[in-house]
Design a binder for this molecule. Structure first.
Ligand code: ADP
Ligand code: TRP
Length: 339
């Protein structure tokens, strides 16, 4: 399905990524980009720093998060010589495109966008006015995202379920623009959800999420990773008691990282009462450390040599900008009648 297609992935620099982000979003995105490139497609991968400022107002924190996310993608295997890797704020044309798109975007699209709706619901629950603390950046978020996508004639946007609606809005905006001029001026994007990617549970059994504080850290030292893994919820049943692995949280987390043989081994050990909780936690710890060993080294290298990363980002922006400029010209010529 990726033959000759333009794939675009955007990621917001919000918080230090954890194992769930890594296995559920970062690795699959890089993999998908590689598949598209192998099939003659194009892969854009960018850091959505303009989207991040809606929530993060501390420049030092924002800068740190941007560095972390850039280094993590490189450490996890993103190849900036073949993927176009850039930061959103290095492409000023995005904002001119956004302004043009505003004129073709029904306000109702923004009212129904769920990031905005969720913020309103939260305010109502707290007995606050609907728009309390909601800035225009959050309200118009989907139009900027539409611009990110439409600027590059994107075919496919790989997303988690929470972002599907935003891609649909981008498609609807492009459709409205094209319909007005009765011409295919903007390419209609589709979203792609990878069904193989499972939600990784956290140490308390809920979805692993930074907002629940139940994460297994990624590029921390072995001690911190061990501490998190040994805090995974278990019960007091003795080792000898045969157990159904599906009811054991350590096993559930192991599923997202282990090979089929490793999973079988843990499953059999639990069913036969041959593996205790200490054993299986150590098995999970080994798997996590093996998985991230090389990436962690690269991550530490890039964090210490951010000038190299900055160079990659500038090279990426130099490749992305002409494409956005061409789209902007097409739109300006159309709306101002210069053609
Ligand atoms: P968090 O829940 O920690 O705040 P985000 O919402 O910032 O994480 O998610 C960033 C990306 O990581 C999204 O694409 C999301 O689908 C993915 N992701 C987050 N948590 C998990 C998880 N536990 N399992 C799989 N993927 C996850
Ligand atoms: N909204 C996305 C998120 O929160 C980030 C993003 C911004 C994005 N622009 C995009 C994703 C364009 C895909 C395409 O994760």
């Amino acid at each position: 399905m990726f033959e000759g297609k333009v794939i675009l992935t955007g990621v917001k620099p919000t918080g230090t990524p954890h194992l769930g982000n890594y296995l559920g979003a970062i690795k699959p995105a890089i993999q998908l980009g590689k598949e598209a490139l192998a099939k003659g497609g194009k892969h854009y991968m960018f850091i959505a720093d303009y989207h991040a400022i809606n929530a993060e107002k501390d420049p030092a924190v924002l800068n740190q998060k941007l560095r972390e996310i850039a280094c993590i993608y490189l450490a996890a295997g993103l190849d900036p010589s073949v993927s176009v890797f850039y930061r959103q704020s290095d492409i000023p044309e995005i904002h001119e495109i956004t302004t043009i798109l505003y004129a073709y975007t029904p306000k109702g699209f923004m009212n129904k966008a769920h990031a905005y709706k969720a913020a309103v619901d939260k305010n109502r629950e707290a007995g606050k006015p609907d728009d309390d603390s909601i800035n225009m950046g959050l309200y118009t978020y989907p139009t900027l995202m539409a611009s990110d996508i439409l600027a590059y004639d994107t075919d496919i946007v790989p997303v988690g379920r929470d972002q599907v609606q935003h891609v649909e809005i981008a498609r609807d905006i492009a459709g409205a623009f094209n319909a007005h001029y009765n011409e295919k001026l903007l390419h209609l994007p589709t979203y792609y959800i990878d069904d193989h990617v499972a939600v990784v549970p956290g140490v308390d059994g809920r979805k692993m999420s930074k907002s629940y504080g139940n994460v297994i850290p990624l590029f921390d030292d072995d001690k911190a990773i061990k501490k998190a893994i040994f805090s995974i919820k278990t019960d007091s049943r003795p080792m000898e008691e045969p157990k159904n692995p599906e009811e054991i949280l350590v096993y559930e987390i192991y599923k997202s990282i282990a090979t089929p043989e490793q999973l079988q081994e843990m499953g059999d050990g639990l069913r036969q009462g041959k593996l205790g909780y200490g054993h299986i936690k150590n098995m999970l710890l080994d798997a996590v450390i093996t998985e991230i060993k090389d990436a962690r080294e690269k991550y530490n290298y890039y964090m210490a040599h951010f000038d190299e990363v900055e160079r990659f980002l500038q090279e990426g922006a130099a490749k992305a900008r002409p494409v956005a400029q061409a789209t902007l010209k097409r739109l300006k010529d159309t709306v101002f009648g210069n053609r």
